[in-house]
Design a protein around this ligand. Structure first.
Ligand SMILES: [Zn+2]
Length: 84
């Protein structure tokens, strides 16, 4: 079996996309700000295209937006093999 990954942008028609990803940033005030995508969702995030994510600091109210890209990898898993 062959799995081919392309870099083409792809629409993701998912209103609430949860992911096993945690984003951490440091606010201007020095506080660590986290976006836990296991609990907070992205709305209709495209694959292979820039996605703005905004992290909010609950201490000082500062918002900072970063662009990220969501890439997907698919791998074959053999029987009895636990995905790493
Ligand atoms: Zn802050």
């Amino acid at each position: 079996m062959k799995i081919e990954h392309t870099a083409e942008p792809q629409n993701n028609d998912t209103k609430r996309q949860y992911l096993p990803i945690v984003i951490t940033d440091t606010c201007k005030c020095g506080r660590e700000v986290k976006m836990d995508l296991r609990r907070e969702y992205l709305s209709y995030p495209d694959f292979n295209a820039p996605i703005p994510v905004t992290l909010y600091c609950g201490d000082c109210g500062e918002e900072r937006t970063h662009n990220v890209v969501l890439r997907v990898r698919m791998e074959e898993v053999f029987e009895g093999q636990a995905p790493a």
